[in-house]
Design a protein around this ligand. Structure first.
Ligand code: PLP
Length: 432
């Protein structure tokens, strides 16, 4: 029997993607990761077809007796892992988590202070994104280029002057923790709340190598569950403030979520158990790898603008490639060599430079999951030099990259599918 042409095409495209990104590329996108085999198996379940509006054990739909227990267990695991009282798992992405919290803390026309875009603020924090869609007015905090962070003294003055409803911290490119304590003190003195968006660093917080903003004075934290935290794509809100949690929980549904993508829940719970077991080893290796990689790139002749600060304390860093033709060209050449990352604005770039900014953003968390260590990243730095400095043909380097990737195909710091479950499993049908 011959299949319809469109069907063949879609299967072919999907298989090509899977093979390319899973087995042939080195992925350095700072916001991505791969789940363990067991979490992937727990993701592909009948729950992906179901609804469970409302809170566990208080649903508007029948058929949720197991979903309720999985959701409660996932919430409990995440709250133990993050050492906080209250966790809300229903936002289906980090952006939706921000929408829920921002809308709870401010009305249209109110003001919010946000981490500066140069400090890596996410688009959802800005007038161009979720904040703007909610009609909340953005005022940017000042940036200190020397310390690559928010300028604390100026920020405190601005908070006192503007008296916003809330201040957001956290970012999509952030090598050094934002000054939560100082900002929270100033914000609370004018009755403002502090929202800290930890989408990028949740796995580092879970592993104990990055400060937990709730323990540093932030009122509420928002996050994704799929960046340094290697879970399914999704969102998360956590806090120790009971009243705020209750208000937020009442508005997730029906304001921002109806169906909360239930198949995320068992996969998230598996990942939480893995992070309780292996999170410390994983997160500390991530940071060691990031520093080693930045150092090696610098030694190969690349400019790392945070070198004077010890490169990075997170999973990520940026490279200044202005002298090499800019971020757009560099990212494309590397992609042709099967090294995947993204171009990025650097603090001195004007907004209109988005199409060809000065920088590249690099995150090591996913390749760390696949077992790469410091020496492996030193090898990888050589491929960067061949492509971007020596001007080698990316197609030649690609052959070496594919070969190199063969050493790093299995996810570490997680569980495989147990032998006694293998028979009872509907095999995860990833098309290869
Ligand atoms: C990625 C990111 C988000 C958005 O998360 P999604 O799950 O993609 O919606 C929000 N905030 C920050 C700081 C991010 O880096």
């Amino acid at each position: 029997m011959s299949l319809p042409e469109d069907l063949i095409k879609v299967l072919d495209l999907t298989r090509s993607h899977n093979r390319w990104r899973r087995f042939e590329c080195i992925n350095l996108i700072a916001s991505e990761n791969t789940m363990s085999p067991l979490a992937e198996a727990a993701y592909f379940t009948d729950m992906m077809h179901r609804y469970a509006e409302g809170k566990p054990r208080k649903r508007y739909y029948q058929g949720n007796k197991y979903v309720d227990e999985v959701e409660l267990l996932a919430m409990d695991l995440m709250s133990r892992l993050l050492k906080v009282e209250y966790v809300e798992l229903r936002p289906i992405s980090g952006t939706i988590a921000n929408a829920v919290v921002f809308r709870n803390l401010a009305n249209p026309g109110d003001k919010a202070l946000i981490a500066p875009v140069q400090a890596g603020a996410h688009v959802s924090h800005t007038k161009f994104g979720t904040l703007g869609a909610l009609g909340i007015v953005q005022v940017e905090l000042p940036f200190d280029l020397e310390r690559w962070n928010i300028d604390v003294d100026k920020a405190v003055k601005l908070i006192e002057e503007v008296k916003p409803k809330f201040v957001t911290l956290g970012a999509s490119v952030y090598m050094f923790p934002h000054p939560t304590k100082e900002i929270a003190e100033a914000a609370h003195s004018v009755g403002a709340r502090v929202v800290h968006d930890v989408a990028h660093v949740l796995g580092l917080i879970a592993g104990g190598v990055w400060p937990n903003p709730i323990h540093e004075g932030a009122d509420v934290a928002t996050s994704s569950t799929h960046k340094t935290f290697p879970g399914p794509q999704g969102g998360l809100i956590f806090t120790n403030d009971r009243a705020l949690y209750k208000a937020i929980s009442k508005t997730v549904f029906p304001w921002f979520v109806s169906n909360h993508h239930l198949h995320r829940l068992p996969a998230l719970a598996v990942t939480a158990v893995e992070m309780i077991e292996f999170g410390k080893d994983y997160a500390s290796q991530v940071v060691k790898n990031a520093v080693a990689f930045a150092e090696a790139l610098s030694a190969e002749g690349f400019k790392i603008p945070t070198e004077h600060l010890g490169f990075t304390k997170s999973h990520a860093f940026v490279v200044d490639v202005r002298d090499l033709g800019g971020g757009a060209k560099a990212a494309k050449l590397l992609e042709d060599a099967n090294i995947i990352l993204n171009k990025n604005l650097l603090p001195w770039d004007p907004p209109e430079a988005v199409k060809n900014p000065s920088g590249l953003r690099i995150g090591v968390q996913e390749m760390t999951r696949f077992g790469m260590r410091e020496d492996d990243f030193r090898e990888l730095a050589k491929f960067f030099k061949e492509v971007l400095i020596d001007g080698r043909d990316p197609a030649d380097v690609r052959k070496k990259v594919i070969e190199f990737r063969r050493n790093f195909l299995e996810v570490k710091y997680g569980y495989d599918i147990p032998e006694d479950l293998k028979d009872s499993l509907i095999k995860v049908p990833m098309l290869l």
